[in-house]
Every structure is written in C-alpha cells, then in structure tokens.
Design a protein around this ligand. Structure first.
Ligand code: PRP
Length: 215
C-alpha cells in the first residue's frame, strides 16, 4: 500500500499466515513474558526480511568449493535504531538477519497522563547523511514516539528511513502522514483505534511491560 504522493509515506502491511500466527501469540493476554519476548523476536525477523525486500545490492563473486559464483550482498548495511524499551525485543532478530548493521539507541517514555513522548536517551551517530536507517518499535499508537525518533534522525541528515512496527493505530499512521517526509513503514497489522488511555485497541497491551515488566 502506498500513501498519497503528498505525504511521502509508504506502508507495507505484512499479512502472512506466519506473521498472523505470531501476532496471535503476542496479542494473547495469557502469553507469559518469556513467550512474549520469543514471539516478538520471531515476528521481528519476518518483518525485517520484508523491510529489506527492495534493498539496493552490490554484486560480488564468491569462491565455492567447486568454482566461482556470482552473488550479491547489501550495498550498504543499515543503522538499526531500537526505540527503548520495547524496540529492544526486535534488535537481536534484526542483527541476526543483517550482522553488518550498526546500532543506535533512542529511549523515549510516553507520559502516562499526556501520552506525550519524553526522551531519556539519544545515542546516534552525528552524521546519518546517505545511510539507510531502520527504526524498530513494536507499537505505533499516537505516533508521538516514532515522530520524535524520526526528527532525531532527520536532524542528523537521514533521508532513507524505514520504520518497522508490529501493530499500529490509524491515529499513528495519520501522525506519520502529517510528519510529511519520505518514510517506509513495514507493519504487521493496523488495528481499530486508540482508547481513552491512548492504547491500541485491540492491540497487545504495553509491549515494554509485557517483555520486561512494569516500569
Ligand atoms: C510504547 C511503545 C512505543 C510508544 C508508542 O513505549 O513501545 O514506543 O509507547 O506510543 P505512541 O505512538 O503513542 O508514542 P512506552 O513509552 O510505553 O515505553 P516502553 O517501551 O519503555 O514501555
């Protein structure tokens, strides 16, 4: 799905029997923390796979035990940026798929009363000009945390940005459209709406708490 030309947002909803099955585990309120972490990692790997479906490649030649094989590798490894805490649960799967990637960190906590993001960590390279960047955050609710992260990245020159999320709300998509810059979003599902507490409905609860326990 590609959004209007004016917004610059490209949305890829990854809807596949295996992604749906792991999403069901994540949504289930009876899934314990350990199984939630495991399911998130497995689903993240599938989403990362999709996120790189059109990644630029570089031709290489590899010597096999019996000859030379024309091969390909990523033209440029990305910078993965997990949004703490919940995005940490997607990181191992991401770097398992792209071992040459670099990693930056953004820590944002949503204020429980206002639902506005409050930054407590930004550990990123100073210059992201020309580098592909891939943001990892399972939840896209109001979109405030992701937009804050995107602003940190574009302030450092990033223009080639992909966000990988597990579940989102229409309100979050609208925030990304309003942000207005080019962005690819790879997401497992878009749910119905946000409730009064700004939680995604039906969603999967708080992905940070479900991995690590309450803050
Ligand atoms: C959650 C989630 C996203 C954010 C989404 O994090 O992991 O980062 O909220 O909400 P938004 O789209 O309305 O900004 P939270 O602030 O609960 O922190 P945590 O990951 O440490 O639990």
């Amino acid at each position: 799905m590609t959004d209007t030309a004016t917004s610059g947002l490209q949305i890829r909803v990854v809807d596949h029997p295996l992604t749906r099955a792991w999403l069901a585990v994540l949504r289930d309120e009876s899934t314990p923390n350990s199984a939630f972490r495991d399911a998130l990692a497995r689903l993240a790997q599938m989403l990362v796979y999709e996120a790189f479906a059109a990644a630029p490649e570089r031709a290489i030649e590899v010597r096999t035990p019996v000859g030379l094989a024309p091969c390909a590798t990523l033209a440029q490894p990305p910078l993965f940026v997990p949004v703490l805490r919940a995005g940490l649960g997607m990181l191992d799967a991401a770097i398992a798929s792209v071992p040459d990637a670099a990693i930056g960190f953004v820590g944002v906590a949503r204020d429980e009363r206002t639902a506005r993001p409050s930054e407590y960590l930004a550990s990123l390279p100073d210059d992201l000009t020309g580098r592909p960047v891939c943001v990892l955050d399972p939840m896209l609710a109001t979109g405030g945390s992701l937009v804050h992260t995107l602003d940190l990245l574009t302030a450092r020159g990033a223009t080639d940005i992909t966000a990988i999320c597990v579940v989102g709300a229409p309100e979050g998509l609208e925030a990304l459209r309003a942000w207005g810059r080019p962005l690819r979003l790879v997401i497992g599902a878009v749910d119905d709406h946000l409730n009064d507490a700004k939680f995604i409905v039906p969603g999967l609860g708080d992905a940070g708490d479900r991995q690590f326990g309450p803050r």
